[in-house]
Design a protein around this ligand. Structure first.
Ligand SMILES: Cc1cc2nc3c(=O)[nH]c(=O)nc-3n(C[C@H](O)[C@H](O)[C@H](O)COP(=O)(O)OP(=O)(O)OC[C@H]3O[C@@H](n4cnc5c(N)ncnc54)[C@H](O)[C@@H]3O)c2cc1C
Length: 448
């Protein structure tokens, strides 16, 4: 069967117009996986349209479809039993100096956007640990960096252009759509296929990063706020052994008066004298510059550099958001499981994020501290550990990261999100037939 016949037979032929573009390799029925390889997409086809009109045609022609970003989620949040659609060709970026916003196509990654903004004198308020993810894919799952006063990345979104289930193109904005807009940004791809997103920017700034080794964790009992507010963005790494954080990464803004030499001791931790990777035994070459050397914001806020493999590669991730004021107690609760956790762990990380108003954001109305796990690719063991960790974190009303691995029951999720019923209604009104609903949304949003 030649390509055209195949597309016709597979239902991907759009009557009366053009062939939708399918990803290379699609015709051979190659298995497609997420970035880390732990999740195999069950969707039959991946469309890669080049224009909004093509996106509209794909959406109209499919009964089930889901947008796929840079494939960095660890679960089925981007999967579909029907088709998937990648907007990787939507790579336009337009800065509006007057409104201090930038509008980017859905294919744009933070790694592309950041240097563009910086070269034009602008910056974002924060970044995740890696720049490889797409702006829209990150915002749809509430992806975050660290910093007591920094909301997650989706808090910067001011407008979105979306192709709805009926193929119509709509624009929603924070200014015009008020409360409803709070339900559309962190939305797990459930409202439609976003073609463009507008985000707030600010004047560019320089940062520097220092790393300390071996912070006794009991310092958090009395100095939690001082430690997490010691920089613009602070991350603690731990392997859960010896009641200590193996590393503390402090990222400071040079424009906010952090030009003095770093002290050699930090709450019992010692200033590192060489560049470090958070994972023991991994080359620090993959990491952003440390040792207090000033540089552009986008080369300090992420832990990992753009042209290098972030983190470990073959790995799994889980992360839980707890109320910040209970952060230390939550760490102590998980620490009880340390001898179960450590053998399967690459590293854990603790970060803080400001509260926001986005309905299903894990930081909804709640300043958070997160407990993150980068696991070895040992799903059989990790799957047994997650319920044990979640039980320890239940008294803290832990909310899971939507894009990582968790086993929290839908009924518990429901209790965590007071706006879940509003979000369900929003999904029903935008997508009455459930075209963009997948197993992840059916289970976690409509289950329980
Ligand atoms: C090494 C590594 C490090 C990470 N570090 C962090 C971190 O520091 N902080 C953090 O919070 N998370 C982190 N993550 C998780 C990551 O940020 C999320 O998985 C994020 O959602 C990935 O974005 P993506 O572009 O890969 O989107 P995908 O994983 O492909 O998709 C994510 C969601 O976005 C939706 N989507 C994508 N494109 C569109 C579109 N055009 N329209 C509508 N919906 C769309 C999908 O349907 C899906 O629901 C990390 C992941 C990895 C692998």
């Amino acid at each position: 069967m030649d390509k055209r016949d195949f597309l016709k037979a597979s239902g991907a032929f759009v009557a009366g117009s053009m062939l939708t573009r399918l990803a290379a390799g699609e015709q051979q029925g190659e298995a497609r996986t997420n970035w880390s390889g732990n999740y195999k997409y069950s969707s039959e086809r991946l469309h890669v349209p080049e224009t909004v009109a093509e996106v509209q045609e794909v959406v109209r022609s499919c009964s089930k479809v889901k947008a796929l970003g840079a494939r960095h989620s660890f679960n089925g949040v981007a999967d579909s039993t029907g088709d998937q659609i990648s907007l990787k060709h939507f790579d336009q970026m337009a800065l509006d100096r007057k409104s201090r916003t930038v509008t980017v196509g859905a294919g744009v990654t933070y790694g592309r956007l950041a240097p563009y903004l910086d070269s034009n004198g602008y910056a974002l308020h924060n970044l995740a640990s890696l720049p490889h993810i797409s702006v829209i894919g990150a915002c749809e799952t509430g992806t975050h960096g660290s910093g007591n006063k920094n909301g997650n990345l989706s808090t910067a979104v001011t407008a979105m252009e979306i192709v709805k289930a009926d193929g119509d193109l709509i624009t929603l904005s924070r200014e015009r759509d008020g409360e409803r807009f709070q339900g559309t940004v962190v939305a797990l791809g459930g409202l439609g296929v976003t073609t463009k997103v507008t985000i707030a920017v600010e004047p560019t700034y320089s940062m520097k990063q220092v790393v300390y080794e071996n912070l006794p964790l009991n310092e958090l009992e009395t100095h939690f706020d001082e430690i997490f507010s010691s920089g613009y963005s602070v991350s603690l790494f731990s392997d859960w052994q010896n009641h200590r954080a193996t590393q503390v990464w402090i990222k400071s803004r040079v424009d906010r008066g952090s030009s003095s030499e770093p002290r050699t001791k930090f709450f019992g931790a010692t200033l590192a004298t060489r560049k470090l990777h958070p994972l023991a035994g991994h080359s620090a070459e993959n990491c952003t510059e440390q040792m207090g050397i000033p540089g552009p914001w986008y080369e300090r806020l992420p832990h990992f550099r753009m042209n290098f493999t972030p983190s470990s590669g073959a790995e799994l991730q889980s992360e839980y958001f707890v109320p910040r004021e209970k952060g230390y107690q939550a760490i102590l609760a998980v620490e009880r499981l340390r001898d179960h956790i450590t053998p399967h762990l690459f590293i854990s990380e603790f970060r803080t994020i400001d509260a926001d108003d986005l309905w299903i954001s894990p930081c909804y109305k709640r300043p958070a501290m997160t407990i993150h796990f980068t696991w070895k690719p040992e799903w059989a063991s990790v799957r047994k550990l997650l319920p044990m960790i979640e039980e320890q974190l239940a008294p803290f009303d832990a909310r899971p990261h939507w894009a990582k691995l968790f086993t929290i029951a839908p009924s518990r999720l429901k209790a965590q999100y007071e706006k879940l019923p509003d979000y369900q209604e929003l999904l029903k009104s935008y997508d009455p037939s459930g075209k963009f609903r997948n197993e992840f949304i059916n289970t976690n949003i409509f289950g329980g």
